[in-house]
Design a protein around this ligand. Structure first.
Ligand code: DQA
Length: 140
């Protein structure tokens, strides 16, 4: 059974309530149930934190055993060399996802420190970015 760790960063605990015109009206917990039903043959683990160091600790914890990490580091994507270094330090491949199309938004969202440390990026397709990332891990 493939093991995938989803890691969500700051403010993503408020999905469903937070700026729904940008991030949608569904909570991540609700969406996660859909994902688990859709991928019964995948062990899908979920971690969310608003704290940079906790995200790094989780990357270290799973980064040598899991088949993949799917990470949405929220605004830390645009600021955190430490999270990028953590992704470089591990052997598990990471896929970067963003719910919104960051390239249509403020210019400070156009650069992610994480992208260079990830296998690939899926951006701007709403919550469906998580499903697409899982499909990739399952199929390749
Ligand atoms: C985000 C985009 C980031 O710029 C923003 O800070 C977020 C969410 C997204 O999923 O679209 O918190 O990562």
């Amino acid at each position: 059974m493939k093991r995938i760790q989803i890691i969500n960063g700051p403010n993503l605990n408020l999905l469903g309530k937070r700026e729904p015109s940008i991030y949608g009206a569904q909570s991540f917990d609700e969406y996660l149930q859909d994902l688990k039903l859709r991928f019964p043959a995948v062990q899908l683990d979920y971690f969310q934190s608003n704290i940079e160091g906790e995200l790094i600790n989780k990357i270290h914890q799973v980064g040598f055993d899991y088949d993949a990490i799917i990470i949405n580091a929220g605004a830390y994507s645009h600021t955190s060399i430490a999270i990028a270094d953590a992704l470089r330090a591990i052997s598990t491949p990471a896929l970067e996802v963003h719910i919104s199309n960051v390239y249509k938004r403020e210019s400070f969202r156009h650069h992610s420190y994480l992208s260079e440390a990830c296998k690939g990026c899926i951006i701007g397709l709403g919550l469906d970015v998580y499903r697409l990332a899982i499909e990739h891990v399952v199929n390749y």
